[in-house]
Write a protein that binds this ligand. Structure first.
Ligand SMILES: [Zn+2]
Length: 404
């Protein structure tokens, strides 16, 4: 409403002005040298108006040019920012693709354009790590760790490095710092577990896993390292519960029960373990307290009765019979083990010794890492080659490796 009124008022004023100018009497004469311009007053006023308009436009253009240098700087700054961001993105992609050379080139470009922003530091650090330039990576991770928002990534890089170089003390510090920077991270739980394993701090490692194979491995190790029979018993019980077929767990449980003065319970535990998965470690533990070879042969038949016909049952019967000079029994069980195709060289050894030949090479079965397939003579909570916990499993000899 007000705008309409204002428009009408302005239009009326302009109309009156134009009418007044149009009615002005007289002439305007301009003389310059030989030129002489003569015009009416209204025309002269119109010319004056047009000249003023042109002058204003000219001044505006000049002002724009004067302000231009600041504009160029701002435009160039924005371009640098964009180039830096693009280099960072390309660098991260190259990093993910494992292209070290490209990642390094982009990291350098990003650093030139953006300086040491947290993202550029991360790219620089990860690229240096991939290239094997550990000092450079460490330096970038250290600076990244000081960032309020991305500090976790810095501590993460430092922790990974200290674990790799087995600096457990520094790793412990970085775990705490990373925990402060990002509480409750699942990745950190894994790292804490790895650190506990490296430190052989089995009770702590046990508290950081839910995987039954890892629980059994850590619990056996904790039971073996326990200073009191009560602790050993509690850990061994946990190990057997997590992996009833793991012979070292069964044996650890039986040893703990014996130490706690419960030999009958120990025997029961070994028989239960044999029922699940017969193993020579269980047999050795079962026969250990017995003094004479006849007692041992008798005990072997108790054990074998828990899993009749199993090659391990036949082998332990054959071996104890041989030791007790029950040659007929020994031959019968060794041949039964061979017939069951579960022999790993021990049945052949029994038969060779019965025939007065030299002893055969020992057992060809072994503890084999399920992750890296390394073969080990003794069980360990962590694979000695790939350092993964709970991966060693008992594997019988490969059928194709049988001697002709
Ligand atoms: Zn391994």
């Amino acid at each position: 409403m007000w705008r309409a009124v204002r428009f009408i008022i302005i239009a009326a004023v302009l109309l009156v002005l134009a009418w007044w100018i149009g009615g002005l009497p007289g002439n305007v004469t301009a003389v310059s040298g030989p030129y002489r311009i003569e015009t009416s007053v209204p025309a002269a006023l119109l010319i004056l108006f047009v000249v003023a308009l042109l002058l204003t436009a000219l001044l505006r253009v000049l002002g724009g040019i004067r302000r231009a240098p600041g504009g160029v700087v701002a435009w160039r700054g924005g371009r640098r920012q964009r180039l830096g961001e693009m280099a960072t993105q390309r660098g991260l992609v190259a990093l993910a693709a494992g292209d070290v050379a490209a990642a390094r080139a982009e990291a350098g470009r990003a650093r030139k354009c953006l300086g040491d922003t947290p993202l550029v530091l991360l790219l620089t650090a990860e690229t240096a790590r991939l290239a094997g330039l550990h000092d450079q990576a460490q330096e970038a991770f250290r600076r990244l760790a000081q960032d309020k928002d991305m500090g976790f990534l810095g501590h993460r890089g430092l922790l990974r490095h200290s674990l790799a170089v087995q600096d457990h003390e520094a790793a412990g510090d970085h775990v705490l710092a990373a925990e402060r920077a990002y509480p409750g991270s699942a990745w950190l739980q894994e790292q804490k577990k790895e650190l506990a394993v490296r430190r052989q701090d089995w009770p702590v490692a046990l508290g950081l896993t839910r995987d039954p194979a890892e629980i059994a491995a850590f619990a056996v190790a904790a039971a073996r390292a326990s200073l009191t029979p009560q602790h050993a018993l509690a850990y061994a019980k946990k190990a057997v519960k997590a992996a009833p077929g793991l012979a070292p767990a069964v044996v650890a449980y039986a040893s703990a029960l014996r130490q706690a003065g419960k030999p009958r319970a120990a025997k029961k535990a070994l028989l239960a373990g044999w029922k699940v998965a017969p193993h020579k470690l269980i047999a050795a533990s079962y026969l250990e307290p017995l003094a004479t070879s006849l007692e041992r042969a008798q005990a072997a038949s108790e054990l074998a009765a828990a899993r009749p016909g199993h090659p391990e049952s036949e082998l332990i019967l054959g071996e104890t019979a041989l030791a007790a000079r029950l040659t007929g029994e020994a031959r019968r069980h060794a041949e039964a083990a061979l017939a069951a195709q579960g022999d790993d060289g021990r049945a052949a050894d029994i038969l060779a010794r019965l025939d007065g030949k030299p002893a055969q090479a020992g057992s060809e079965s072994a503890w084999v890492c399920e992750a890296c397939h390394t073969r080990c003579a003794d069980w360990a909570p962590v694979c000695p080659h790939c350092q993964r916990p709970g991966t060693l499993a008992w594997r019988a000899r490969q059928p194709d490796a049988a001697p002709a």
